[in-house]
Ligand binder design. Structure first.
Ligand code: NCD
Length: 320
């Protein structure tokens, strides 16, 4: 593992959000991930970095990419991985998040990767257990490893993020991905515009360090990177717009809209995609799309984060 940034010393044993990280810390994670990228290209995809460590994947909400990516990242670093899901555990019998985590810790775990519908759940865990805690998405709050893999992918495509015009489009109100993107991007010097209908903007949107626009056609010609979000129907009561067709007409990334965009625009989506709603299939699978590269890069990011938090924990116990 190589990281040319030797001046800096990482000392966080938890990763809860990107809002609290400095630009230097974010860049350090990205540089560390770059060093881990080559592990996945070897014929034996393993590094001994976390041998003897136990990582628990604790997912209280459904997930495909994030859960598999964390599991794979931990096993590529030679950790033992325990999979925990709400449905098959005693949580369905009423056991709380904290009790569950304390029982897991009694079995000697080192890291908990947690996804929960309540914003703040991972932070609460850090106060109750000694293990490292990594947030894999909490309510509408943050999804830091998604934010990191997004800026990593953008940096790979564009070099520096300074001055890049990034639009985040769609259901901002219910998106933890949007929040983690906003913090990482603005800290790294990008100009962020949130685009969507007023009903899908968060209440205090004007307090965020971003521009807000309610019309995708107004900005499509000038943006360098576009990050499309899924409409998170499972998180809302009623419908926030008259019809899905109407939404697609105003905010969908269609082949027609792409004709007006810069020829080298980078098209992103955190997944899962709703083809034909926020993005047309031809665009999702088209030459400007980096959607699958985001998924591949997620692995290197999660290896880096698992490595760094465990290293900080080891340094902490050495100094006690
Ligand atoms: C996102 C999530 O769960 O917040 N997905 C992901 O982790 N890649 C976005 C979404 O569910 O739309």
């Amino acid at each position: 593992m190589t990281n040319t940034n030797t001046e800096f010393k990482w000392n966080r044993k938890h990763l809860i959000g990107l809002q609290e990280l400095s630009a230097q810390e974010i860049e350090f994670i990205l540089d560390t991930a770059k060093g881990f990228e080559q592990v996945s290209t070897r014929s034996v995809k393993k590094a001994p970095t976390l041998r003897g460590k136990v990582v628990v994947n604790m997912f209280f909400e459904d997930s495909t990419r994030t859960r598999i990516s964390f599991g794979l990242a931990a096993s590529r670093l030679s950790a033992d991985v325990v999979e925990f899901t709400k449905k098959s555990s005693s949580v369905s019998k009423g056991e709380s998040l904290i009790d569950t985590a304390m029982n897991l810790e009694a079995m000697g775990i080192d890291t908990v990767v947690v996804r929960h519908s309540a914003g703040g759940a991972p932070k609460l865990l850090t106060q109750c257990i000694n293990a490292c805690v990594i947030n894999a998405g909490d309510g509408y709050h943050e999804h830091p490893t998604q934010g990191l893999l997004d800026v990593y992918t953008m940096r790979e495509k564009k070099g520096s993020l300074k001055g890049q015009k990034v639009a985040i489009v769609g259901d901002i109100a219910h998106s933890r991905v949007a929040r983690s993107n906003i913090w990482a991007l603005t800290k790294l010097g990008a100009e962020v515009t949130l685009v969507g209908p007023p009903t899908l903007m968060p209440a205090k949107v004007h307090e965020l360090p971003v521009k807000v626009c309610y019309d995708l056609d107004e900005v499509i010609e000038e943006i360098d990177i576009i990050n499309m979000l899924r409409i998170q129907f499972e998180r809302m009561g009623g419908s926030p717009f008259p019809s899905v067709r109407e939404y697609q007409r105003f905010f969908g990334l269609t082949v027609d809209r792409m004709k007006r965009a810069k020829s080298d625009i980078v098209v992103m989506h955190p997944g899962p995609i709703n083809r034909g709603v926020e993005i047309e299939s031809e665009v999702a699978d088209g030459a400007n799309s980096v959607i699958l590269e985001q998924v591949s890069n997620g692995l290197a990011i999660r290896m880096a984060v698992l490595y760094l938090v465990n290293q900080a924990a080891a340094n902490e116990s050495k100094s006690k």
